[in-house]
Write a protein that binds this ligand. Structure first.
Ligand SMILES: [Zn+2]
Length: 154
C-alpha cells in the first residue's frame, strides 16, 4: 500500500461513473482483506475524495466528497492505519460527527455517527486532506512511533 503522507489535497469526484463504482468495489475488497475499518481512495493510489468505513451494524459506508458539517465532544482512543501496519496510538477525536457527502448513486446524503464509526470517518476524511493520525499526536510520541516503524522496515 502506498504511503499517502506526501500527497496533498485530493480532488473531488465530479460524477459517479462505472469506473468510480469499480474503484469502490476494489477498495472494499482491499479494506476487508486487510481487516481494516476504513480506507481512503488515495491509500490505493487514487487521488479522489472517496472513503469507505465499515459501519459495524450499518454495514459498509461509502462516502464520496465527504465533508464534516458538525462535530461534538472529544474522546481519546487507540487508533491505527492500514498505511502504517502495527503502529497504534491514542488519538483525540470528536465523539460525534455529522457528515454531508454523496452516496454510490450520486445522491446527497447526511449521516450522524458516534463511537468507532465516527472515529474511522474522521480518520479517513483526514487522509483526503493529507493528514495522518500520527499528525494528531504529540511530537515526542510521534518520534517514538516513527522509530518503531523504521526498525520494522529494516
Ligand atoms: Zn489511515
Amino acid at each position: 500500500m502506498r504511503n499517502p503522507s506526501c500527497l496533498k489535497k485530493v480532488r473531488p469526484v465530479e460524477e459517479v461513473t462505472p469506473e468510480i463504482l469499480n474503484l469502490i468495489k476494489d477498495m472494499a475488497e482491499t479494506m476487508y482483506t486487510a481487516s481494516g475499518v476504513g480506507l481512503a481512495a488515495l491509500q490505493v493510489g487514487v487521488q479522489k475524495r472517496i472513503i469507505l468505513v465499515d459501519g459495524e451494524e450499518d454495514g459498509l459506508i461509502v462516502l464520496i466528497n465527504p465533508m464534516i458539517i458538525k462535530s461534538e465532544g472529544e474522546v481519546a482512543a487507540e487508533e491505527g492505519c492500514l498505511s502504517f501496519p502495527n503502529i497504534y496510538s491514542q488519538v483525540k477525536r470528536s465523539s460525534n460527527v455529522t457528515i454531508k457527502a454523496l452516496n454510490e448513486n450520486g445522491d446527497p446524503v447526511e449521516i450522524t455517527k458516534e463511537g468507532l464509526t465516527a472515529r474511522a470517518l474522521q480518520h479517513e476524511i483526514d487522509h483526503l486532506d493529507g493528514i495522518l493520525f500520527i499528525d494528531r499526536i504529540g511530537r515526542t510520541e510521534r518520534q517514538v512511533l516513527l522509530n518503531k516503524l523504521k526498525k520494522k522496515k529494516r
